[in-house]
Design a binder for this molecule. Sequence first.
Ligand code: PMP
Ligand code: GLN
Length: 382
Amino acid sequence: LLGPDGRIAATVFAEMSALAQRTGAINLGQGFPDEDGPAAVLDAAVDAIRSGTNQYPPGTGMPVLREAIARHQQHWYGIGLDPDREVLVTAGATEALAATVLAFVEPGDEVVTFEPYYDAYAALIARAGGVHRTVPLRFPDWRPNHDELRAAVTDRTRLILVNDPHNPTGAVLDEATAELLVELAERHDALLVTDEVYEHLRFEGPHRPIAARPGARSRTISISSGGKTFSTTGWKIGWLTARPELVTAVLAVKQYLTYVNGAPFQPAIATGLDLPDAAFTAAAASLARRAELLSAGLEAAGFTVARPRAGYFVVADAGPLGFDDAEELCRRLPELAGVVGIPVSAFVRREHRHEVARLVRFAFCKREDVLREASARLAALG
Ligand code: PMP
Ligand code: GLN
């Protein structure tokens, strides 16, 4: 986790946002929206602050939020949860992931993820002394090979950590793979940990959580967050849901990480989770339009694009434009085109970088005029 000079290596997101700021380039690197989410959610936070919700909340989260999380899962996925024993509020999905990995992974235990993966996974597994096993998702269809998945999961596997919908690829889990994951977890007595922060940002068809699949519930820890769904990435209100024994094990770690967080934001996210269905579907539809806008812009500029099905990001191949090294391209992109993107190599193990060498991730969770301007600028690359 340290750079060659022994200092902490900044995350690629911090590095690329700093590059955008320094150069004034359009930041399609780090995934955060450039517009606020639902007014009702923002108002609820202001009201909570004004009405004195400003001290430590309970360790497992405020009842109003835990109850809203349970209602939300019942309503959208038909999952029944006890809000007192099966829901834990965390400092973003990030803390839920960290506390889960630290709670269950002992030195030498294996953790299986797809690759590319969200960068925090590798760092957390390494911190816990775990061994990270990866199964490749290949551009442009991102479907895992089932033989490779079967080979990766063994009796040494403690956790299978699945991000669906997926960052950075924008892929969603296909039915057959989801079924196989549940089957493998059962056969090898592994826990399934699902990172579903983009659950409401699916462009076609509803999201189907792994925990809602037959036989999965008792061995699944489901993780999500309000950041993406309500465009409040800076609030860091996340949660996990699982059976009581698993929640207790994670709480044992979590209580000494942050203890608690975000008191006034908790009732505000509860307000969001109770919004009518149309608020969720309209947000997904708006994002789908922007995904298409940027994808088409990238194609017009000469990139080959894997059309995303969800989330904030699109991956594009810069090879057709004559660029073989996306890391080099991303360093120069502010000067060449006034745009910032992130090389997909930031989401794979060092030794696999060559496999994604030409791929760049661009964020489309931005205003349409910004995406049009970025597309026009990128067209100058060709
Ligand atoms: N998981 C994935 C896949 C993400 O893309 C992100 C980044 N936003 C997170 C987890 C972190 O979520 P949070 O901001 O709620 O900690
Ligand atoms: N999830 C965001 C992304 O993938 C970044 C979050 C972060 O900066 N750690 O861009």
